[in-house]
Write a protein that binds this ligand. Structure first.
Ligand code: ADP
Length: 247
């Protein structure tokens, strides 16, 4: 997308599931702004210190320096008025106040680059990403590769049992899945109990001979750090149990 040069600000949002390349894309765009000698400031939520406290680090180990922040007010207070380009990773953890802030920055003539998860571990819109998509000038939706079948994956599958909205983790705790293989109930202990009779003892999905009905293992319980949506998120409401799809 070509934007007019000069003082026109805009908002670019990169969204998708985990492992889809959001951070890689954000880093690529920010690097180009730095090469162009623009003034760049980069932020990420302090809650996400999986790989580094002072860098955004992609799963492919690309990295770029960043400042850890608590929330939108923290971003605002650390901004230098001379900054031309503002990058924000994992925006879903920064709360709803990030929305009016990025609009104000764009109205001031800043280029604002945002990356974040568009859906949570149950496949629901992950606020405030829907609101950020609504105010964006440009949107890029990235897809990962389904770890079960290799098709394009739009979901983040939680592999541990926890119904907390925010659980910080990477490979081993989450994997990318397509629509067919996405199993929101895998993360729900209550759902696992309800469906115990249908669960096998294997550690990964298998196909029943002659059908496409997947069998699902009971994932091991694991300790988790609370992370993934509005920071002080209340416990998730319990969605209806959805049986695995047979296709
Ligand atoms: P995101 O920010 O969306 O979580 P990253 O930019 O951090 O993604 O990482 C993307 C990289 O993750 C890919 O280039 C690839 O090296 C790695 N990767 C690991 N698992 C997958 C997967 N299932 N699909 C695609 N890429 C994956």
């Amino acid at each position: 997308m070509n934007f007019a040069k000069g003082s026109l600000g805009w908002i670019e949002v990169v969204c998708g599931p985990m492992f889809s390349g959001k951070s890689e894309e954000l880093i690529r765009r920010l690097r180009r702004a730095e090469i162009a000698r623009q003034r760049v400031q980069i932020f990420k939520p302090g809650i996400d210190e999986r790989y580094s406290g002072d860098h955004i680090v992609s799963h492919s180990e690309l990295k770029i320096r960043s400042t850890s922040v608590r929330d939108a007010a923290d971003v605002d207070s650390r901004l230098d008025l001379r900054t031309e380009v503002i990058g924000i990773d994992e925006a879903q953890f920064l709360g709803e106040e990030i929305v009016p802030l990025v609009v104000r920055l764009a109205d001031m003539g800043k280029r604002v680059l945002i990356a974040g998860l568009d859906t949570d571990y149950l496949g629901r819109p992950f606020h405030p990403m829907p609101e950020l998509l609504a105010v964006a000038d440009e949107i890029t939706k990235t897809l990962a590769i389904c770890m079960q079948c290799g098709n394009p994956a739009k979901h983040t599958q939680r592999l541990i049992q926890s119904e907390d909205l925010i659980v910080v983790g990477a490979a081993g705790m989450y994997e990318a899945r397509c629509r067919r293989y996405f199993e929101p109930n895998l993360a729900r202990p209550s759902a696992a109990t309800e469906t115990a009779a249908a669960v096998t003892s294997t550690t990964s999905r298998r196909m029943i001979s002659g059908s496409r009905q997947p069998l699902t293992s009971t994932p091991p319980a694991a300790p988790c750090l609370d992370q993934s949506a509005p920071l002080a998120a209340p416990e998730c409401s319990t969605p209806a149990t959805r049986p695995p799809r047979a296709r």
